[in-house]
Design a protein around this ligand. Structure first.
Ligand code: PAF
Length: 282
């Protein structure tokens, strides 16, 4: 696996892939890789001939008071994991390559980027859209892969690619989970042992609510019950919401829906979401 830190070398390497007629996949990450990321790399290997993984802890998507400075950075361990997973190229841009002096452009989105996470993290999705647009222009992939765990992010990127006519297929990869069901996340390492044990309440509460709704149970009551379960388990709940699976706007029970939640356990903010199938009457 090649590791590249400057843009001209990246352009040469990816141009060589394209000249050889190879299909290129990009897996954008912020490092601190875990099984969830490896599932993205595996899916990328199935979707393309060459797999480029980027690691860049993007300051633009962190708000004031968020965990930018303590976000886990494990470059060497990450590089070893990616080499074992048979990625072809690791793109590791320094911050001054990504945001050189004078950088003044931002991709700003509305609609799907509003509400849910954006209520808690204003400007977050503009930061994500900006860096992902840059990564797309730098690598020029045919396909890019993102985890469904960050479901709103996936919806934002799909929207951006459609709106900006970017010729890139976006693949959403199902959330990878620990044995007890907790979604894998780079932030799980912040959880103290007792909090880690309690955190399993998050996927369980979402699963119960999703099944209740799919069986025709009242949505407001199912969501209230999920919030209550989470609070009793020791979470501080930011939101538990049912939305349309594509627009993330108001749900229509006849269309695919998504149940999304964010909650804090001992200061660590965890996200999760599950699909809710349309309810067919009769
Ligand atoms: O999901 C992430 O790790 C980041 O938000 C991404 C997509 C790499 C952009 O910085």
């Amino acid at each position: 696996m090649q590791t590249i830190r400057d843009l001209p070398a990246l352009r040469d390497a990816t141009a060589a892939f394209r000249t050889a007629g190879e299909r290129v996949a990009l897996v954008p990450t912020m490092g601190a890789l875990h099984e969830g990321h490896l599932a993205l790399v595996e899916a990328a290997r199935r979707a393309a001939d060459r797999v480029v993984v980027s690691i860049f802890v993007n300051p633009m998507q962190f708000g004031a008071g968020e965990d930018l400075s303590r976000y886990p950075r494990r470059e060497q361990a990450d590089a070893r994991m990616l080499a074992d997973a048979k990625a072809d190229l690791l793109w590791l841009p320094p911050v001054e390559v990504m945001y050189p002096a004078g950088f003044a452009t931002r991709v700003t989105m509305t609609g799907v980027s509003e509400g849910l996470e954006a209520d808690q993290r204003p400007g977050h999705f503009d930061g994500v859209a900006t860096v992902v647009a840059k990564l797309f222009n730098q690598v020029r992939p045919d396909v890019a892969l993102f985890g469904e765990k960050d479901y709103q992010q996936l919806a934002v990127i799909r929207r951006m690619v459609t709106d900006l006519d970017l010729p890139i297929d976006i693949i959403g990869v199902p959330t990878q989970r620990e044995d007890d069901g907790l979604a894998r996340s780079s932030r799980n390492i912040y959880l103290a042992e007792d909090h880690r044990a309690q955190a399993v309440a998050l996927p369980r509460a979402l699963g119960v609510a999703a099944r209740t709704i799919e069986r025709g149970g009242e949505v407001a009551a199912a969501l209230a019950q999920a919030r209550d379960t989470l609070t009793q388990a020791g979470f501080e709940v930011d939101y538990v919401e049912l939305v349309d699976a594509v627009t993330l706007g108001a749900f229509d029970a006849a269309r695919p829906m998504r149940l999304l939640a964010a909650a804090r356990m001992g200061g660590t903010r965890l996200l999760d979401n599950v699909a809710v199938a349309p309810i067919t009457s009769g």
